[in-house]
Design a protein around this ligand. Structure first.
Ligand code: MEV
Length: 336
């Protein structure tokens, strides 16, 4: 039996404008993961998929095209040069909340590809895994930029421009974030589709807004490289204002980002598709607990703490890129 996993992700800056070829910054959240397990099935039984979290089980036929997991499995088998008819049992589990802008779909698909590659004894280089998962994203998420599958497959903080290889993020200091879950599921596809229609109706206005958001990402990239949290915070808050203008915030996200700032966060914004999902606040290390508590008091379902560390490029003993995000165990959590 082979088990593999993949992390959740958060967009630090540049969601939505990244779809329109502006840069964006994304980080993996390795402490929240999806896992996939592959084992031999009973001879003649075919390919079975189990998703116990959602009480789902199905025998997959090669023609399956309406289930993202089935599509991912068959694309992965094609990539591995294996026949689509297999006696296999595939089980997926995920601790990543669904439709919260945390990349749950990309993480489950990545874990599946990694587990199938492991089962058939093939390496799973991030670029190839990312390209495979992108195929699923395109089928089921409209017009994705590719940032989710890339940051999840590379499992490294990245600067991303659509269509180009990801650039590892240079990190000049430690940055602490509190992530607040609104508890509101909001499929990215819907927000992305609404932005597209707005852009089609008023292209000049939206191109200018995308330029503005892209410029903030470039400034954030410099602030991160310089280890300058005091500079990064206001850039995040300015990005939130731009995202409000884009129409992808919500009363809950406005409230949470405001609550974080009032509690002393250096900056705060929504993260991912918006409308629901998560907010991301940049905090000084000694404010982590206070800001997390303020977010819970303001209605967040749960909070998660992450740190972006300056030791990029390290590799673990098994050759994996060492994630530069840590959990801060002292943060309060609710109904996780
Ligand atoms: C989703 O994590 C980020 C969006 O920019 C969509 C995309 O890039 O595909 C909202």
């Amino acid at each position: 039996m082979i088990t593999a996993s993949a992390p959740a992700k958060a967009i630090l800056m540049g969601e939505h404008s990244v779809v329109y070829h502006r840069p964006a910054i994304a980080i993996p959240l390795p402490q929240v993961r999806a896992t996939a397990e592959v084992k031999a099935g009973t001879r003649g039984d075919g390919l079975w998929l189990y998703a116990p979290d959602i009480e789902h089980q199905a025998r997959l036929d090669a023609g399956h095209s309406d289930d993202p997991l089935a599509v991912t499995i068959f694309n992965a088998l094609d990539w591995l040069g294996q026949p689509r008819s297999q006696d296999l049992v595939v089980t997926v589990r995920s601790a990543i909340p669904l439709a919260r802008g945390m990349g749950s779909g990309a993480a489950i698909a990545t874990a599946l590809v990694r587990a199938l590659a492991g089962y058939f004894g093939r390496p799973a280089p991030p670029a190839e895994v990312s390209a495979l998962v992108y195929q699923t994203e395109v089928l089921f998420h409209g017009t994705p930029s590719g940032i989710d599958n890339t940051v999840v497959a590379y499992e490294q903080p990245i600067l991303f421009v659509r269509g180009a290889p990801p650039v590892p993020l240079g990190v000049g200091g430690v940055f602490y974030f509190v992530i607040a879950d609104t508890g509101i599921a909001s499929p990215t596809k819907i927000a992305v589709g609404d932005v597209r229609r707005a852009w089609q109706a008023a292209p000049a206005t939206y191109e200018a807004l995308f330029d503005h958001l892209g410029g903030l990402v470039e400034a954030a990239w410099e602030a991160i490289a310089a280890g300058d949290a005091a500079r990064l915070g206001p850039l995040m808050t300015q990005a939130q204002a731009g995202l409000v203008e884009l129409g992808v915030s919500s009363p809950e996200l406005d409230h949470l980002t405001q609550a974080a700032r009032t509690a002393g966060a250096l900056g705060a914004k929504l993260s991912g598709g918006g409308r629901g999902g998560i907010a991301l606040a940049l905090v000084e290390p000694d404010q982590v607990v206070a800001v997390a508590q303020a977010l819970l008091a303001a209605g967040a379902r749960q909070t998660l703490t992450a740190a972006l560390l300056p030791d990029g490029g390290r590799r673990t003993e098994d050759g994996q890129v060492d994630p530069r995000i840590d959990t801060n165990a002292s943060a309060p959590r609710a109904d996780s």
